[in-house]
Design a protein around this ligand. Structure first.
Ligand SMILES: NC(=O)c1ccc[n+]([C@@H]2O[C@H](COP(=O)([O-])OP(=O)(O)OC[C@H]3O[C@@H](n4cnc5c(N)ncnc54)[C@H](O)[C@@H]3O)[C@@H](O)[C@H]2O)c1
Ligand SMILES: [Zn+2]
Length: 360
């Protein structure tokens, strides 16, 4: 088993191994977070893993109940939070309980948020089951829900007591969601680790075949990088924003396509845009974009803006993006692989030029 420490106000460990799920109940006994566990999962994961985990809890003599909600981003809202909280209250869950978030990023964000406000806060642990959740959303303590006005507009910083990553759970993850998570791994390679970038180049085929050993390596490296960034900047005062590499234009594409394209796919295109912009602004000392495009293609991720999406639409979303930091549009650019820099307000003509080139 691999272990990582996250040094936040409340430090915690990330445990990574294949088959870890079966060890969770025993480990929780030692952690001693409460005497009753509310296991929260979306409908897909509840069916695939929830009942089994519940049985394991009960075999260990732990009191646990499963609460599920319909799978999908559409459930990530206050109504679901209130619905789950009411079910927990009616089932008699008091302040001595703990929440287990078992699922993808939607479950983690939702259950973490619920834990942070339930009876003014109860402990929670993350058991991420999508690649995106295993490499990104389960680490860092950002929780939250969406509003009709936008994504993640209500939320808290609330660190889990532990993160259990069992990459064995990925065998049932749909292929599109595997690739969705891989895009964020490419991001870590770009901003922090040329070695991880090279590993992705060399092992793309294994990864697309869900090879456990290759997955373990990229999950460990991604969590190591995210844990280090989060440990140095828990509440996104500065450094943590390097994790937004590819997300400025990525978010704009996501919003402009009405969230029909998976987040990681939009980030993939956004990373190409950021690399191109780095080159046009002479921020980068080497040509990164051809290598990046070729890696993304190997991982079967998009590198061009979808047809029919007008550059003007993307631009208008760029302006409203919440990464408009103190009113100034900030990009994360690359000097070279592993060396990110913040760049405020690049000339709009250059941004338009890049968007047009990627729309060709
Ligand atoms: N908190 C953060 O720091 C952070 C960071 C990135 C993203 N997010 C959030 O994460 C969410 C996206 O996460 P996601 O992509 O995991 O979405 P998701 O939770 O909806 O999971 C994607 C799909 O995969 C299914 N699934 C999950 N694990 C599975 C498994 N092992 N086998 C089969 N199916 C499985 C889910 O049921 C769902 O249908 C967004 O809401 C985003 O805002 C949060
Ligand atoms: Zn992302």
């Amino acid at each position: 088993m691999k272990k990582l420490n996250v040094q936040t106000t409340r430090p915690y460990q990330i445990l990574i191994s294949g088959g870890l799920l079966t060890e969770v109940p025993q480990d929780l006994k030692e952690l001693d977070l409460g005497y009753r566990y509310a296991l929260i999962s979306d409908s897909n994961v509840a069916e695939l893993l929830g009942e089994d985990l519940l049985r394991l809890f009960r075999q260990e003599g732990l009191s646990a109940e499963l609460f599920s909600f319909p799978a999908g981003e559409a459930s990530k809202n206050m109504d679901t939070v209130v619905d789950l909280a009411r079910k927990m209250v009616r089932a008699g869950f008091d302040r001595k309980c703990a929440v287990i978030a078992l699922g993808g990023g939607v479950t983690g964000d939702l259950a973490g948020f619920l834990a942070s406000i339930y009876l003014r806060g109860v402990p929670y642990v993350q058991i991420p089951t999508s690649l995106l959740a295993q490499v990104d959303s389960s680490v860092g303590g950002k929780t939250g829900v969406d509003l009709p006005e936008g994504k993640n507009l209500l939320g808290t910083f609330y660190q889990p007591a532990r993160v259990y990553i069992d990459y064995g759970t990925l065998t049932t993850l749909p292929f599109e969601h595997l690739k969705n998570g891989l895009a964020e791994v490419v991001k870590y390679g770009c901003i922090a680790s040329p070695a991880l970038f090279s590993f992705l180049e060399t092992h793309s085929e294994r990864l697309l075949r869900y090879d456990a050993e290759a997955l373990e390596h990229i999950i460990y490296e991604s969590c190591r990088i995210k844990a280090e960034v989060v440990s140095r900047d828990e509440k996104e005062g500065g450094l943590r924003r390097i994790l937004n590499f590819g997300h400025t234009i990525g978010h704009a594409i996501e919003a402009a396509t009405n969230y029909q394209l998976l987040h990681g796919f939009c980030v993939a295109i956004g990373m190409v845009a950021a690399a191109r912009l780095s080159e046009k602004l002479k921020v980068s000392k080497e040509e990164i974009s051809p290598r990046l495009v070729s890696l993304l293609k190997r991982l079967d991720l998009p590198t061009q803006i979808p047809q029919g999406l007008a550059p003007a639409e993307i631009l208008s979303f760029l302006r409203t993006d919440k990464k408009v930091w103190k009113g100034r549009l900030t990009f994360v650019l690359l000097k070279r692989l592993g060396e990110p820099v913040f760049y405020e307000e690049p000339p709009e003509e250059l941004v338009i030029e890049v968007i047009k080139e990627l729309s060709a």
